[in-house]
Write a protein that binds this ligand. Structure first.
Ligand code: SF4
Length: 91
């Protein structure tokens, strides 16, 4: 049996956007090592610099935890509430 490519399998991923934000990067400053780290490591492109701030598109988060692994402080991240967030359909 041939397995579909990763892009096709990720295309079946379902997102339910929580009305309460689960990512707060407001303590990160654009251009800082921490900001560069989260932008570089996030596979979903959730973070971007906006002026002197760092902003996050919570709805695209894959809940992989990589951003938490590269920043010691300045980032608040929790899982979305139950039933919200990402649902992977195919491993
Ligand atoms: S948990 Fe993963 S996908 Fe979500 S913001 Fe962090 S690095 Fe990006």
């Amino acid at each position: 049996m041939t397995r579909p490519p990763v892009s096709a399998r990720l295309g079946t991923t379902r997102f339910v956007t929580d009305t309460i934000r689960h990512i707060d990067p407001s303590q990160l400053r654009a251009g800082s090592p921490a900001a560069r780290a989260v932008i570089a490591v996030c596979p979903a492109g959730v973070y971007r610099e906006h002026g002197e701030d760092v902003v996050a598109d919570d709805a695209a988060c894959l809940e992989c935890g990589a951003c938490l692994a590269v920043v010691e402080e300045g980032l608040r991240w929790t899982y979305p509430r139950g039933g919200q967030g990402v649902s992977f359909r195919q491993g």
